[in-house]
Design a protein around this ligand. Structure first.
Ligand SMILES: *[C@@H]1O[C@H](CO)[C@@H](O)[C@H](O)[C@H]1NC(C)=O
Length: 223
């Protein structure tokens, strides 16, 4: 009887293990499918930003196609004390089909990178300079945030709302890396108040008077 039980329980454990392995493999496959597709060639330098699917003849490629010097310096600062230069396959055609891109972000003292998300990529943010309060919100509205120092890194999972603020007494700079050649960017204030969503809806949704709404629309209509 005891022996029989052992024989019976042993294979069922194996089956559970097999199911676990299958589930983990499935999750992995889903994870892989969620990223940019794998390249089919060594590289595919986009002929133009509009036609990223058309590759430049590879025998005409030079090292210049694989280098980029547009983020040596910060971009223009917004009224939030923040400047960013996104380097995706549209501005750096050499990234086309490679599934990666990056951004340089600079903060004046107290500068803020408003809550935003990237619909197509997970981001890793590396603090090159300064002290940056950095965080994201998960789908239960739980906030994961802390002050990062120079040399520290934070990961912002794909599609989740995240934000940053320079809390040091000097400028701050971050290099963000994405697992997509074109991560996309949706800034919440701009997407909500800078777009053409019907005013009545926004007033009701946020409990705003038309005067308060027009102030917000004015502030966020220019990106
Ligand atoms: C690419 O360029 C090389 C050299 O100019 C040429 O021989 C080749 O035919 C071109 N390939 C295509 C697909 O146009």
């Amino acid at each position: 009887m005891l022996i029989l039980q052992k024989i019976v329980t042993f294979p069922s454990k194996t089956i559970i293990n097999k199911i676990a392995v299958l589930l983990v493999s499935l999750l992995f496959i889903i994870g892989v499918l969620a990223s940019d597709p794998d390249p089919l060639m060594d590289f595919c330098i986009a002929k133009s930003a509009e036609s990223s699917l058309t590759c430049k003849n590879s025998s005409t490629a030079t090292v210049e196609d694989f280098t980029y010097s547009g983020i040596k310096f910060p971009g223009n600062f917004k009224q939030t004390g923040f400047s960013s230069k996104g380097v995706n396959s549209n501005v750096f055609p050499g990234l086309n089909t490679l599934g990666v891109s990056f951004v340089r972000a600079d903060f004046g003292v107290g500068g803020v990178n408003v809550p935003h998300f990237h619909p197509r990529a997970t981001e890793v943010g590396f603090v090159l300079e300064g002290k940056v309060y950095s965080g994201f919100v998960d789908s239960n509205n739980k906030v994961f945030a802390k002050v990062l120092e120079k040399g520290e890194v934070m990961v912002f999972p794909r599609g989740l709302l995240h934000f940053q603020m320079n809390v040091g007494d000097g400028p701050a700079t971050i290099l963000g890396s994405f697992d997509s050649q074109n991560p996309g960017l949706m800034r919440i204030p701009n997407a909500v108040f800078g777009s053409d969503i019907k005013e009545e809806l926004l007033e009701k949704a946020f409990g705003l008077s038309s005067k308060e709404l027009s102030k917000l629309k004015k502030r966020f209509s220019s990106i």
